[in-house]
Design a binder for this molecule. Sequence first.
Ligand code: ATP
Length: 299
Amino acid sequence: MGDSITLEKKAYAKLNLCLDVIGERDDGYHFVRMIMQNIDLHDTLYFTLYDEEKEVADVKELITFSTDSGRIPSDEKNLAFKAAKLMYETYGLKKPIDIKLEKKIPVEAGMAGGSSDAAAVFHAVNELFELNVPVEKLMELGVTIGSDIPFCILGKTALSEGIGEKLTPITPLDDCYILVAKPPLSLNTKYIYTNLNHDGDMDHPDVDGMVEAMKNHDIKGVTRRFANVLESVSVKEYREIEAIKATMVICHSLGALMTGSGPTVFGIFENEEHAKQAYASIEKQGIAENIYITRPVSN
Ligand code: ATP
């Protein structure tokens, strides 16, 4: 093949600092209010765009995809592939592209790894073809293949509402040490949402109070409001979630919470030594298969 251009993109994991469910749509999607924060733990995507246009019967022939992870689909079912296909179909693109995904974000962990990969593809295709599609339009396309994708396209820190498509950028979490620990189990997002009982008198997290605390750089005001209504389903089934949270609290975290539909737990630390102590203790107890010390992404 002739000339080509290359591009590398980081796809950041997200954490939910707060997660509320306020209703359900007829099609099973839930209405949420969540505070999303990108963290420095990331996948990396490598793109090569070939310069020669090709006439093909199906756009899929223009996209090649591979990944170093054996835990996710390496074909057209991958969200990164789906995002590329949608961009190619929407904008009538004809040049072949190669996408390689280096996976670091744990899979089915509540960290939106797949959505973040897809978001990186939307941005990369937009840049490589110099399409100048506005971010809002990319987000509109993104939500058709996954409800966390609009946030991942926007990035940093946001209040997410509706089914995840209504996003308001908010003040990022102040710099701190974030210990992320994923227990050795995978939770199916759909299963957790389906088993949530949100008809009764559920305690709703103080989402607005947390937004305000972030604006005031009041990190203790943020961690005091840590809440995720999906913990009621996940914690019941897996003791590791509670055990990791307890360990983080014993090691002086300001707060510890399950992210998304789980099972990953994260804790906020002001002091790096305390984060390292919690890391060591979780490792020793054998209650997590992946542990990271990371930081918020704020610029
Ligand atoms: P969320 O926090 O948005 O609920 P998650 O972290 O729980 O997401 P993911 O790791 O994004 O879950 O993966 C969910 C499912 O999507 C997996 O079953 C996986 O097979 C599939 N998938 C498709 N493409 C990808 C990808 N690029 N990375 C990870 N998973 C992918």
